[in-house]
Design a protein around this ligand. Structure first.
Ligand code: PLP
Length: 453
């Protein structure tokens, strides 16, 4: 037994391929449908907003997809990210459990999001695109695409959910430092933004609305493509570097996880850590418990329907089969902005349906409490989104203590919270409260699900 805390891999161990779980699924994913014809869409239907290389990745059934050298070179700025054993948290909890976390906050933008931002910017540049439009909730994704755009000389325009725009002025400053433009959403700049403001002048915004604005801009301008920070298959594919590295690092540590935990907004950091493990299980390997953690105020996997729905509020996207609270669902304005999304990645949804993963919904006060306990023992202040994973990791460690079991827990610390200190200040000032979603609002938005089957 060693008393190591950090497990580092050398740069040459950055994965050379991304892992595609579609190759190991017992059945192929449900097709993406054209909302008009209800027929499966083809690559050409997406060509107005995505480069062909990413469309090909979206539908690929290859298990391994090569990471281009220029992307791998940029990954070297922060990858491989460390795997850390939270020994001080274990001691504080007095638990027999071992707690490991993969720390993605070491990236330039402070989260896992650059893993896909760099890849998306690379493929768009290669396709001759000069501008990218996107949405951002917490600001982590917008900062990441702004960073990636600066490396490839792409202009980046970010529609930032208004409630987060107001809560996090320094995220906007970071995006501008990288040379991007950041606009609060809903905005007067787009048709769908204007329509929403006409009806709800005080709209706090949502990821679904911001996606509509960014897609509209990309669809109407030939030099502009759209970039999405989560949900889609190619985004989850790019995030697989997290789990591939973690598997090797856990081996270095001489441990095998019994429980794997990630917070889930659109599902990308959760999938990034969990999918390589789930793939190994589907190929006959060990079967850890896998938990996706979501906010009680936006409980997509726990309370949503598994159905075809739009990915955005204005219904500009094709229909995807996924867990959804309904594209019209606007969650309350709680602090984990990156988790305020009505849908869930179709691949994560399919694995939920297959019983390969479980979901847990948690309230924000308990999450901040866990984040603070983590900061006071491990030193890292987690992003509000990541505190959801910390909460459940602590709960699992306490349950192991109760049961007298020496469980091994692995969770994804998807980002740091250095730009989220207003949320912590609000918590300390007693201004935060647990938020429940509005049951009537959920009923209403689920009743509006498009009939697709
Ligand atoms: C730090 C952090 N973690 C998690 C998320 C949730 O996104 P996803 O579920 O795609 O990982 C976000 C989204 O903005 C984020 O910023």
């Amino acid at each position: 037994m060693t008393d190591s805390v950090k497990y580092f891999l050398p740069e040459e161990r950055i994965p050379r391929t991304w892992y595609n779980i579609i190759a190991d699924l017992p059945e192929p994913p449900a097709p993406v449908l054209n909302p008009g014809t209800k027929q499966p869409i083809g690559p050409e239907d997406l060509a107005a907003i995505f480069p062909m290389s990413l469309i090909a990745q979206e539908v690929s059934t290859e298990r391994e997809i090569e990471i281009p050298d220029p992307v791998r070179d940029i990954y070297k700025l922060w990858r491989p990210s460390p795997l850390i054993r939270a020994r001080r948290l274990e001691a504080a909890l007095d638990t027999p459990a071992k707690i490991y976390f993969k720390y993605e906050g070491v990236s330039p933008a402070g989260s896992h999001k650059p893993n896909t931002a760099v890849a998306q910017a690379f493929y768009n540049k290669e396709a001759g695109i000069t501008k990218l439009s996107t949405e951002t909730g917490a600001g982590q994704w917008g900062s990441s695409l702004a960073f990636a755009g600066s490396l490839f000389g792409l202009e980046v325009k970010v529609y930032m959910v208004r409630v987060s725009f107001n809560q996090k002025p320094y995220r906007r400053a970071l995006m501008e430092t990288y040379g991007a433009t950041c606009i609060p959403s809903p905005s007067e700049e787009t048709e769908c933004g204007r329509a929403i403001l006409a009806e709800h002048p005080d709209s706090p915004g949502s990821l679904g609305i911001a996606i509509s604005e960014a897609v509209e801009v990309a669809a109407q301008n030939a030099d502009t493509n759209y970039s999405l920070g989560s949900v889609l298959n190619h985004v989850l594919l790019h995030q697989s570097v997290i789990g591939q590295e973690a598997m090797e690092q856990m081996e270095m540590a001489g441990d095998e996880p019994d429980v794997i935990i990630g917070c889930a907004g659109g599902g990308s950091n959760f999938a990034g850590l969990a999918f390589p493990y789930i793939g190994a299980k589907l190929r006959g390997g060990p079967a850890p418990k896998i938990v996706a953690v979501e906010p009680a105020a936006c409980p997509t996997l726990s309370r949503g329907s598994y159905a075809y729905d739009f990915g955005d509020t204005a219904h500009l996207t094709p229909l995807m089969k996924m867990y959804t609270l309904g594209a019209g669902f606007i969650p309350p304005g709680f602090h984990a902005g990156g988790l305020r999304y009505h849908g869930m990645s179709p691949l994560v949804s399919q694995l939920m349906e297959l019983g390969e993963i479980e979901a847990r919904a948690v309230q924000q006060l308990g999450c901040f409490e866990a984040g603070i306990q983590f900061a006071r023992s491990e030193g890292i202040v987690p992003a509000p989104e990541s505190t959801h994973a910390v909460r459940v990791a602590i709960d699992e460690a306490l349950a192991a203590k109760e049961a007298g079991e020496a469980k091994t827990i692995l969770f994804n610390l998807s980002g740091h919270g250095h730009f989220d200190m207003q949320a912590y200040m609000d918590y300390f000032a007693g201004k935060l409260e647990d938020r429940d979603y509005d049951e009537a609002e959920l009923k209403r938005s689920l009743a509006e699900l498009p009939a697709a089957e």
